[in-house]
Design a protein around this ligand. Sequence first.
Ligand code: 2AL
Length: 255
Amino acid sequence: MKIRVINPNTSASMTAKIGEAARAVASPGTVIDAVQPSFGAPSIEGHHDDVWAAAGVAEQVRAGERDGADAHVIACFGDPGLHAARELARGPVIGIAEAAFHCASLLATGFSVVTTLTRTCVIAEHLVLQYGFERRCRGIHGTDIAVLELDDPASDAHARILASARQALERDRSGAIVLGCAGMADLCARLQAELGVPVVDGVAAAVKLAEGLVAIGLGTSKRGDYAWPLRKDYVGLAAPYSPGPELSGQETRSG
Ligand code: 2AL
């Protein structure tokens, strides 16, 4: 099967790291296509970055559908464009935040999120509420590490994340840690060994959930709000992204 793993930011080094993390857990028969949008922000660290990332995800999901992807993973902790992506896809579309919340909830009664800049915490808080995990998520902790600092081998990101996770486990009385950025994937195994609790990397979680759903013959519902987007002509900058005839089975009228 083919899983398209979309890094919604435009940093090629991060796309490579995400691809590596995805391939490390993928089954032998699974091909991982790690891609990034042709436009957008080099890192997603706020609401404005997120808007452009969502459009970039939509671009890449459409390309993936043309390329025969069986499933898509959105590898940014804000799950940008998740619902739009599901409108565009036949197979499952899994966001790393939603995947990590589900997995952590299967491993502990309560979990804490350790993320990047404190300003991104509200994005994770909104997702916790949107997905209904407010009874399981006991805290969201910013480390004030910029996303691209995670790519710098000289940064002290690992030590700062470890310290924040230790504090979070204590303060929140949590049993598991969710890593709040795709760029933390390569730190996961070491942090788990050091902390002695499950540490969930959303990239790995999302790839395995996508694989599992495809393997048991499940895809995105095309009934209701995840139905194919209505065909219409967008204008200006958005014109090339108008929902066109290639979106199979699409509705031709509202309702
Ligand atoms: C992220 C992420 O996963 N990728 C990115 O660019 N920003 N998340 C975050 N909390 O900073």
